[in-house]
Design a protein around this ligand. Structure first.
Ligand code: TLP
Length: 386
């Protein structure tokens, strides 16, 4: 990237605060890649599948999208996306929301009242990564269950439901996650989903599925996503992860639920105006991009196999079921931050999972050839530190 290019970006308002002299070579490469949308630069970015950039087809669809004010329900492209999203997971209706976090938050708010109790897996995204919204905004008290590979055992649900008693918050909602992010993209089977749902229903609980990566879950089992979403009253899924849309998630459920959700979305400031410009990319994500996810799973499997067994590295191969690989590092050999920094200097970006692991996520921009580069980089860091 040269100075002229940078200034051109500067003119567009994209890089106002970044001076040419202050950005590292790596940052320059990252910027170049972002500017070029899909330009390959040699960096392997495994931090998340949220790093995927829109496809050319998405950009075209965004440029041509028919628009209107979606707060007034006048954006035809958003309406089309919502119908498509509902049908793909077999629900009556859907709502386009800015993020997965907001989708989960709205679901909790609609299903519960402040002062009630919610059941979650101990490492679930809603509990661990969503800024405490369940307590701060919904006023819920969480009861946590330790899952196995992120999957709740239905028998444990009863153990955390408190009896009806003046001292306890009444438990009204159960949320589960498929695939489970922190457990390593692990999958809840159709059978387990049914057991969880049936048990929750025996106790009159509402059930919400954080299906940010439900299409990965479906692809890895070779089932229709509807087979999984059937075992939840509401389902959230993301368009902006492995599916490559730049922004947005879908919340789905009954018509009544979505009507209430639309109101809560407005309350939270998530009502968007000409959002069809984003929804257009979401439509391509659902129609096209979900069908290629198995490729990412194969790349992750290859990566995991090639890294496991390397001195100082360990991977639970049973946890590698979709596109996430949790890699444990012997921190007596190399501290985690040094490991990540050294990989970064070799052009491999990972996210830290302290105290002893990093996460590597495969997606559309990570090829099977890149796996070689990552394996060589890890080998080089471990040999240097040993
Ligand atoms: N996960 C992100 C980070 O927040 C960790 C990632 O890089 O994986 N549910 C699940 C299971 C998720 O993995 C995520 C995002 C969300 C919800 C929230 O989605 P966004 O980021 O759109 O709010």
């Amino acid at each position: 990237m040269n100075r002229t290019d940078l200034l051109a970006d500067h003119d567009r308002g994209g890089l106002l605060l970044i001076s040419w002299l202050n950005i590292s070579l790596l940052d320059r490469e990252l910027l170049a890649r972002k500017r070029g949308c899909l330009m390959k630069t040699g960096i392997v970015d495994l931090r998340s599948d949220t790093q995927t950039l829109p496809t050319q087809e998405m950009i075209q669809a965004m440029a041509n999208a028919e628009l209107g004010d979606d707060v007034c329900r006048e954006d035809p492209t958003v309406r089309q996306l919502e119908e498509l999203a509902a049908s793909v997971v077999g629900k009556e209706a859907a709502l386009f929301v800015p993020s997965g976090t907001m989708g989960n938050l709205i679901a909790m708010k609609v299903h519960t009242n402040p002062g009630e109790g919610i059941i979650l897996e101990r490492d679930s995204h809603i509990y661990y990564y969503e800024a405490g919204g369940l307590c701060a905004i919904c006023g819920l008290t969480p009861s946590l269950i330790q899952g196995r590979y992120g999957v709740i055992d239905a028998n444990d649900i009863e153990k955390v439901i408190r009896p009806t008693n003046i001292h306890f918050p009444p438990t009204t909602l159960l949320c589960y996650e498929n695939t489970h992010n922190r457990a390593g993209g692990t999958v809840v089977s159709v059978e387990m989903s049914k057991k969880i749902y049936d048990t929750a229903k025996c106790h009159s609980l509402a059930v919400h599925l954080d299906g940010a990566r439900i299409f990965n879950a479906a692809a890895s089992q070779g089932v229709d996503p509807k087979a999984l979403s059937a075992h939840a009253d509401s389902v959230m899924f993301c368009l902006s992860k492995g599916l490559s849309a730049p922004v947005g998630s879908m919340l789905t459920g009954t018509e009544t639920f979505i009507e209430q959700a639309r109101h809560v979305r407005k309350m939270l400031g998530g009502g968007m105006r000409q959002a069809g410009v984003l929804a257009a990319a979401g439509i391509v994500a659902i129609i096209k991009m979900r069908h290629r996810l198995q490729e990412d799973h194969e790349t992750a499997g290859l990566l995991a196999k090639q890294l496991s067994g390397m001195p100082g590295i360990s991977i639970d191969l049973a946890s590698v079921q979709t596109n996430i690989v949790n890699v444990s590092v012997d921190t007596d050999i190399v501290p985690l931050d040094v490991f990540s920094a050294k990989l970064r200097s070799l052009g491999v970006l990972v996210s830290a999972r302290p105290p002893r692991a990093v996460r590597m996520v495969t997606h559309r921009h990570v090829t099977k050839d890149d796996v070689r580069k990552v394996v060589d980089a890890v080998y080089s860091v471990m040999s240097e530190c040993n």
